[in-house]
Design a protein around this ligand. Structure first.
Ligand code: DGL
Length: 249
């Protein structure tokens, strides 16, 4: 199978990392809209328009499936994208909810959902969580983490004070849904902040769990061909991919 992966920028590479680790695809075509990131501060119509343009881009490749590795796009644009695409599309919100349900038997568990301003405003996570019986849910827009990750500040004072700024008032949650594909890059810092007492749910791992449940992967691929495209400065995307996907940090 050949899969497309779409994100507003570089964050979707965390999903690519999980796909590579599980050897699910022969080829991955990644497109990051780096010229227009962040999507998380934009309004619904703009997010839908940009996402439909991404569909046009992916039509140039013979993909079997498109993974929208951006929570903001997944929260707003999936219906419109599906209307215009000749291939299947899956987003990251629903797999995240299913992963939460698998991991959390206690429906009264205190769940914290982190996302961009747009994702939180969409209420996509809390609405679905409530449908699955979870009502002790807090959502928090933590958009400053996006540029922090883009700057590669995975530790240090700036990250520490931003964690304190967002989480200072909160009690330790039972589970945290990392509802933005940038956030797995600072998962360790979030985990440490809450003394490793919260269960962290990651879009990349959730999507692998979802794919394995819904598709029949007869073959596993030792080598996956990865093609990286960006709407601006593809070399920068490639440099980040090299570091995140293949080096340890
Ligand atoms: N990767 C995006 C997401 O998962 C966040 C970055 C942005 O604001 O575009 O929502």
């Amino acid at each position: 199978m050949k899969v497309g992966v779409f994100d507003s920028g570089i964050g979707g590479l965390t999903v690519v990392k999980s796909l590579l680790e599980h050897h699910l695809f022969e080829e991955i075509v990644y497109f990051g809209d780096t010229a227009r990131v962040p999507y998380g501060v934009k309004d619904k119509n703009t997010i839908i328009r940009y996402s439909l343009e991404a569909i046009e881009f992916f039509k140039n490749f013979d993909i079997d499936l498109l993974i929208t590795a951006c929570n903001t796009v997944s929260a707003y644009a999936l219906t419109e994208m599906r209307e215009h695409a000749p291939f299947d599309i899956i987003g990251v919100v629903e797999p995240g909810i299913l992963a939460a349900e698998n991991a959390l038997a206690d429906k009264d568990a205190n769940v914290l959902v982190l996302g961009t301003k747009a994702t939180v405003a969409s209420r996509a996570y809390d609405t679905l969580l409530s449908r699955h019986g979870y009502n002790n849910v807090t959502t928090k827009a933590t958009g400053l983490f996006v540029p922090i990750v883009e700057e590669g500040l995975f530790e240090g004072e700036i990250l520490k004070s931003t964690l304190h700024h967002y989480f200072g008032e909160l009690t330790t949650p039972d589970a945290i849904i990392l509802g933005c594909t940038h956030f797995p890059l600072i998962a360790n810092a979030i985990d440490d902040y809450f003394d490793k007492k919260s269960l962290l749910i990651h879009s990349g791992e959730a999507i692998v769990e979802y794919l394995e449940r819904h598709y029949d992967f007869r073959d596993r691929f030792d080598h996956t061909k990865l093609r990286l495209f960006a709407s601006e400065n593809p070399d920068a995307l490639k440099a980040v991919a090299k570091k995140w996907l293949y080096d340890q940090h």
